[in-house]
Every structure is written in C-alpha cells, then in structure tokens.
Design a protein around this ligand. Sequence first.
Ligand code: CA
Length: 221
Amino acid sequence: MRTLLVEDDRLLGEGVADGLSQAGFEVEHCMSGELARAALTAAPHALVVLDLGLPGMSGLELLRWLRGQQNPTPVLILTARDTLADKVQGLDLGADDYLVKPFELAELVARARALLRRSEGGSSPLLVHGRLELDTVAHRARFEAREVPLTGREFAILLELLRNTGKIMSRGELEERLYGWGQEIESNAVEVHIHHLRRKFWRGLIRTVRGVGYTIRREDA
Ligand code: CA
C-alpha cells in the first residue's frame, strides 16, 4: 500500500507518516507539490494524502494536474482552511475525501483504509473459496448464494483458515485467535467448531492434518 503523503509542515508530516506506517501503510513523504508531482510520475501509488496549503504548487494545483493525467489514485485532502469553498473545490477537482485540521490520527487511518477498500472494488471485501463467500466486514457467510448463519467463533476460525489457504494452522494457533491470552479454553473447542463448519458447508472444506493441525486447500474448493 504505497502511500504518498504531501505535507509541508515537517512535524505534522512526520507524525502522520509514523501513524500510517504503524497501520501498515508504506509512506513516502514529500514536502512540496513539485516533489509530489515528480514522485507520482516516477511510480504508481495506492493513495495520496494531500495537504492543500503548500508553498509553490498548491495542493489543488497538484490535484488538478493528477486528474488531468487521467490518474485515478484516490486522494484524501487535508486542509486547515475550514471553508466550504476549499472543500467543494477539492471534491470538484476529483478528491475522494477530506479531513479538516486538527484531526485525530485514528480517523485519518480509518478514512485511508476506506478509500483503499473502495478503490480495490467494493466496500465489503470478500474472501471467496469456490462456492463459499466470506464477507470480512459484515461478518457474513454465503454458500451457493445462500446465507449460512455462523457463530462468532466459527466465523473467526473460518476466516483464519481462509486467510491462510494452503497453510496448516495448528490447534494452538487457532485457539490463540479465538481466545487470546489467559482465557480458559475447553480442550476440544476448536474440534467442535470445525465439526460444525464442515456440516454447515461441506465435509472436505477443512482438512485435518494428523498431529499437525487444520488446513483449507485451494484445490478442495
Ligand atoms: Ca501546509
């Protein structure tokens, strides 16, 4: 998730860059519109976080240039100027969202994630395994286009196994995801949930690898 941050305030820029990095974004920080234009020309980015008030080339000018290049990269505007005119102009020029300074870092990260999800197609990312679909945001499962009710723990186990398709997950790893540290675990809890999942979907969905753990295999879809 290569992200271009354009912010001329060094302290604020470093804070935002740190926050985004900790949230898993790979951040390139530019302090001027001209440098940002060069960075955007040099390599594709998944997201641009753009301050409007920049020395030299302004944020709005950079945005106009970017859209003029038919570049569809999602843009999140940061602005100190809490005026309707700036926001409207930014959105008219093709920005996807905006935040008014001062803002909470957590909100910036949440909005950045939402923009990435939208640009990747759909606000509910689906994990698909053959006729099985798992909506990882709405926490719902469908099989052959029918809704299948799952308990929270069944959903968590299925999600973990699907995210690791092809890998073997030990019972201990699955228990950790389910219960976290220090919680009392019934000794056969994972087996029971897996038994229910097989009945709700199909028997070969989850393989037992004797003495090692469980796995979902792509070829079993
Ligand atoms: Ca600024």
